[in-house]
Design a protein around this ligand. Structure first.
Ligand code: UDP
Ligand code: MG
Length: 140
């Protein structure tokens, strides 16, 4: 508990449908603050590096192709219990199982194209933040 930082991404399916602002609004309304933000277009190698933890999964190819198919917004979010809070605001991985009012319930298109990423632990948050931002880019 306490003030934490977590890593968030708005995925290509959402940037494509111009949902960046609506998604950030949900994160902010949930009590999280954007303390770093970058809009980038990953190449396949960067997607494979970031999702290396899933390299042995059957969906790895599809996931990394999708994540390099269009722009994404990488963010660092700060707030009370931010890792868990972000996961709550996102909703379940599969939008069909996501609670009402969550980002994935409202916006996700499928299990794969599910609009947002969020770190699943404080340790992974630190690793993901370090992979995508330099310390001077955290300005919150
Ligand atoms: N994913 C997929 N098929 C699956 C499981 C996951 O395409 O059966 C994708 C989906 O985009 C998901 C990402 O891989 O967000 C990472 O999976 P993870 O289990 O870490 O889900 P998350 O932490 O994003 O909820
Ligand atoms: Mg995950």
């Amino acid at each position: 508990m306490g003030i934490e930082r977590t890593f968030s991404m708005i995925k290509p399916d959402a940037t494509k449908r111009n949902l960046t602002g609506k998604i950030i609004a949900k994160l902010e309304e949930g009590g999280l603050r954007v303390v770093a933000s970058k809009r980038v277009h990953w190449d396949r190698a960067m997607a494979e590096k970031f999702y290396g933890i899933h390299a042995d999964k059957p969906f790895f190819g599809e996931l990394t192709e999708f994540m390099s198919s269009g722009p994404i917004v990488m963010q660092v979010l700060e707030g009370e219990n931010a890792v868990l809070k972000n996961r709550e605001i996102m909703g379940a991985t599969n939008p069909a199982e996501a609670d009402a009012g969550t980002i994935r319930k409202e916006f996700a298109q499928s299990l794969g194209e599910n609009s947002v990423h969020g770190s699943d632990s404080l340790d992974n948050a630190a690793l993901e933040i370090a992979m995508c931002f330099s310390p001077d880019e955290l300005v919150g």
